[in-house]
Design a protein around this ligand. Structure first.
Ligand code: PLP
Length: 416
């Protein structure tokens, strides 16, 4: 592994030091050093995140926003400090624009069921792209069924890049919402979000961005992107599961009805009528995953210390290195070759089902994802049943990609 580090020209990022922060990377799998190439599904956690949560449970734990006693105050302060860290990470204008949810999926459902139900009627349209994850398709389908509206899909080209002119053509006077992924989980394609928001806003249409696959790879600036909603999950950002974020412009969040009812989200309750708390609490019914929010804050601190620019340089190197390695393997076809791409190497092998590829790689200690990646329409677009997807993160190395390429060659030998 250290040899790999020497080869990696990512000045500024000490990958070996970073790897020591992630205890799981020292694990073995089937008698081999673990090669974890499935960070796009869920990223591993640095000790700093694990410690922050353990410290919180050991020393500061209590329910939040309710207690008058000191411990509850400390817990509330830590939870709200995490919200402020998320605000800074996204460069949102105000902390009240940050709603804690369970993850990207819940964030998108929240917008569809509140903003969507309020503004979408019969014959209206929701515009998405052909590269969306199921969680940015199905909530809109449910809304369309409920309202008699139509889901409109902007196509992608053979490399997996959005056809922006086709997207623009599909923005109609009936479009009520645009919902696009920032980075495709199945292809790695990066969408031109700034252009998309410009085109949509010219027509007065709000834009939701699914940032699940974008946040691990760089700092996000929601004001620069000029999006109306931005959703992501902590677990892909080296934080814990159970928490995620919906950023929403304050004026939109204020105008939306609540999503779920219960404690925390109310101002007053009587049997005749209840009134709602201010944003973001209006959308945070019930006791949240307090420790997870603190873990997410610690993950953001960690990434800030490593340096987002360094991470981007390292990952670009890995993507180029891995692409060249896989391209050189006869019988391997990359799925997703857009010019602007992040962290994902998706491929199919002639004559070998992706599940078989995954099984052989697993025997070599290599963890990759095989299947449709919750993006079945993408598989249909490329006429494949599934792909094998290797995905890299800040702790990945060239040596791990070398191991991947060797194991693919071994798979081919077994199956021919
Ligand atoms: N959107 C994209 C692009 C994803 O990759 C994922 C997860 O793989 C999701 C949404 C859903 O995220 P979660 O399951 O954390 O809600």
């Amino acid at each position: 592994m250290s040899a790999a580090n020497e080869q990696t020209p990512a000045a500024g990022l000490d990958v070996e030091r970073i790897r020591r922060d992630f205890p799981i990377l020292a694990e073995q799998s089937h008698g081999h050093p673990l090669v974890f190439l499935d960070s796009a599904a869920s990223a591993q956690k640095p000790q700093q995140v694990i410690d922050a949560m353990s410290e919180f449970y050991s020393h500061d734990y209590a329910n939040i926003h309710r207690g008058v006693y000191e411990l509850s105050q400390r817990a509330t302060d830590a939870f709200e400090a995490a919200r402020e860290k998320v605000r800074a990470f996204l460069n949102a204008g105000e902390a009240r624009e940050i709603v804690f949810v369970r993850g990207t999926t819940e964030a998108i459902n929240l917008v569809a069921m509140t903003h969507g139900r309020k503004h979408v009627g019969a014959g209206d349209e929701i515009l998405i792209t052909a590269m969306e994850h199921h969680s940015n398709i199905v909530p809109w389908q449910l809304l369309c069924e409920d309202r008699g509206a139509n889901l409109v899909v902007a196509p992608i080209d053979d490399r997996g890049a959005l056809l922006l002119d086709e997207f623009e053509k599909r923005l109609s006077p009936r479009t009520r919402m645009v919902a696009v992924t920032h980075v495709s989980n199945a292809l790695g394609s990066v969408n031109p979000v700034r252009e998309i928001t410009r085109l949509a806003h010219e027509r007065g249409v709000p834009v939701l961005v699914d940032g699940a696959q974008a946040v691990p790879h760089g700092r996000i600036d929601v004001r620069e992107l000029d999006c109306d909603f931005y959703a992501f999950s902590s677990h892909k950002l080296f934080g814990p599961t159970g928490i995620g974020v919906l950023y929403g412009r304050s004026e939109l969040l204020e105008s939306m009805p609540p999503y779920q009812g219960g404690g925390e989200m109310i101002l007053t309750v009587s049997f005749e009528k209840s009134t709602w708390a201010e944003i973001p609490h209006k959308f945070e019914a019930g006791t949240p995953d307090i420790a997870a929010a603190i873990g997410l804050g610690a993950a953001i601190d960690y990434l800030g210390e490593v340096g987002f620019d360094h991470i981007a340089v390292h990952e670009r190197d890995l993507l180029e290195y891995g692409t060249a390695l896989l391209d050189a393997i006869p019988g391997l076809r990359m799925i997703g070759t857009a010019a602007d791409k992040a962290a994902v190497l998706s491929f199919v092998l002639d004559g070998v089902h992706p599940h078989d590829v995954g099984t052989i790689l697993d025997q070599e200690g290599i963890a990759v994802r095989t299947g449709h990646h919750c993006a079945q329409p993408v598989m249909d677009r490329f006429e494949v049943p599934a792909t094998t997807r290797a995905s890299v993160a800040l702790y990945s190395t060239r040596a791990e990609l070398d191991a991947l390429a060797r194991a693919i060659l071994k798979t081919q030998e077994i199956f021919t």
